[in-house]
Design a protein around this ligand. Structure first.
Ligand SMILES: [Ca+2]
Ligand SMILES: [Ca+2]
Length: 185
């Protein structure tokens, strides 16, 4: 699949978040700049593995949440995108290797002070829920505005094979790179 076709299939548009854009950083079209990273929210729904592959083909990876501000920003964006629906978005967190050992796609361990699992009453995520269609339990994390999820209680573990929208991130370009590119073409 060419980069162009891939981009149009994944869909999703994002205006530049100017208020949060450090001077000199730029994102590719359809990516949203926030802080030091570019983000893209897909329209397409697919498995966790395929989501990760698609982010990779666009030069990024599934989102890794590294600060409370980043969590807040992503939750707000999902709220904006969803309006009346409860669609969830894959992020780059999984315990597929070792049950209960949650890792980001770069191999780093989840920092417990920056974990935002859904908790409400007796519902405690991650619960690795085992059900007849998913005897292997739940090893991938998604995030969204569902039931009583709030900005800092909005992650759920679910089976990796179900299909969902997803969030990619990648490094922004420096404006100078853009300038140079223009001069070269
Ligand atoms: Ca699990
Ligand atoms: Ca769960």
């Amino acid at each position: 699949m060419s980069a162009f076709n891939l981009a149009s299939q994944i869909g999703g548009t994002a205006p530049t978040d100017a208020a949060h854009a450090p001077v000199g950083l730029r994102c590719d079209e359809a990516w949203l700049l926030h802080g030091q990273k570019c983000y893209r929210f897909s329209n397409m729904k697919t498995s966790w593995d395929m989501s990760r592959q698609l982010c990779g083909e666009m030069g990024g990876d599934l989102v890794k949440i590294e600060t409370r501000t980043e969590q807040q920003f992503l939750f707000e964006k999902i709220k904006e995108i969803n309006k009346s629906t409860e669609e969830m978005f894959w992020m780059g967190l999984s315990d597929a290797e070792t049950e209960g050992d949650w890792r980001w796609t770069d191999g780093s361990s989840l920092n417990q002070s920056l974990a935002f699992w859904f908790v409400y009453g007796s519902a405690n995520e991650p619960d690795n829920w085992i059900s007849p269609p998913h005897p292997q339990g739940e090893d991938c994390a998604w995030m969204g505005v569902r039931v009583w999820a709030t900005e800092f209680l909005s992650w759920f573990d679910v089976p990796c094979t179900i299909t969902s929208r997803f969030m990619c991130e990648k490094q922004p370009r420096r404006s100078a790179d853009f300038q140079q590119k223009r001069e070269l073409t």
